[in-house]
Design a protein around this ligand. Sequence first.
Ligand code: ATP
Length: 325
Amino acid sequence: MKDKIRTILKERNGFVSGQELSEGLGVSRTAVWKVIRQLEEEGYVFEAVRNKGYRLVTEPDLLTKAAISERLSTEWAGQEVCSFDEIDSTNNEAKRQAEIGAPHGLLVISEVQTAGRGRMGRPWSSPAGSGIWMSLLLRPSLAPIQASGLTLVMALAIREAIVTLTGAECRIKWPNDIVADGKKVCGILTEMSAEPDRINHVVIGVGINVTDDSFPEEIRDRAISIWQVCGQKIQRAELVAEILKTFERFYEQYLQSGDMSTLLDAYNAALINCGQTVRVLDPKGEYEAVARGIIPSGALIVEKDGQTREIISGEVSVRGVYGYV
Ligand code: ATP
């Protein structure tokens, strides 16, 4: 009954009388009032006016299965959701679920990660209430070598979703970060289980800073939230649904061509350091070069002393000459 009352009030977008609710649902007015109180305890805010009834004013920013599912318009991405208050890492949980047969498109999401990770085991700060910490499980019919491109597909989908919902001025830092004002809004960590010639599963982990107004000392110089960028506090479930919808569309394009060719122009247009000098942190030696954009394999082309080089993600990081971007 709680879900029904919530849905009616949400869809009406105006006052609904207690009588209409009680008659429509075949319950007493007191039962309706009790449900309204319960919803208020969960963070919903209602305006209650004598003779008019209740009007939903604001919804809490929840990341529950229900909050996501009711906004979802995908065929398969996120059609199954496992949501947690706290988990070690959503990537770890998605991998555990994959091992016991979870389907393509499973979304694992948590309010808190106690051991969130970035690339090469670096820690990812994942506090409660302000971010989106989620992982999408995929079972693509691709060769293992094609899996790393899925990081780029996700980066493009996230950037597009953020721009669609907020208009925030954000770009992609190759291969796996979304940045704004020279700082990181979002990081992506893709992990894979594969045989030599086939993929068992791919897990794409996503961490997005959404409503934070401050960060721990160690990352303050490089972390930023969507709210800090554009002054909008969006509903996290709304952003999750928009990302999944966009990802699904781009993913089908990636599968069809088997590479980034049909997404190439969009990706390069969103790339922050295209045409700029960057610092390439290659474990074999750092150097400066001009970034020229990606090629269909997802590799970044850089130009140094008139010669072009292909950078393949792996262990290499790209930085701005004077800072993180
Ligand atoms: P690369 O350029 O290779 O991606 P990176 O330093 O951005 O390098 P990642 O693995 O993408 O590395 O992300 C991990 C790093 O991100 C951490 O070492 C930390 O500096 C930073 N970080 C951790 N938590 C957050 C967060 N919530 N928001 C932004 N940045 C964070």
